[in-house]
Design a protein around this ligand. Structure first.
Ligand code: FES
Length: 121
């Protein structure tokens, strides 16, 4: 399978209005990293909770994690762990990025070179 044939979903990060392409077989943390963006993280295996983000819109598949990193009440409030979450649709997350980045779409596919949409939604 070539890069262009793989299934990418678009992940938009609020409030920075930065977005990136994430494959269905990589976590949000990995997808961001492969796009040159960095979400806060530490253990990268669902144990510390440093990579906690809130899902504002869309579907994810959550891989096993330690309950000390993410509680049931946080899951009920739409929080997830970026290092354990695989996209299953285009999604919007609320998260902080490490460092300053331009407000744009960080594309890994030829077909989605579009600029990030305006914050007015
Ligand atoms: S980086 Fe530790 S839980 Fe995700």
């Amino acid at each position: 399978m070539t890069t262009e044939e793989q299934n990418y979903f678009r992940v938009e990060i609020r409030p920075s209005m930065v977005s990136f392409d994430c494959r269905e077989d990589e976590t949000l943390l990995e997808g961001a990293g492969h796009s040159g963006l960095h979400l806060f993280s530490n253990c990268q295996k669902g144990e510390c909770g440093t990579c906690k983000v809130r899902i504002k819109k869309g579907q994810i598949k959550l891989a096993p994690f330690m309950m000390s990193a993410l509680s049931m009440s946080e899951i009920d409030a739409d929080y997830t762990l970026a290092c354990r979450s695989y996209p299953r649709s285009d999604i919007v997350i609320v998260a902080e990025l490490v460092g300053r980045v331009d407000m744009q779409h960080y594309s890994r596919t030829k077909k989605s070179k579009k600029k990030a949409s305006s914050p007015a939604e």
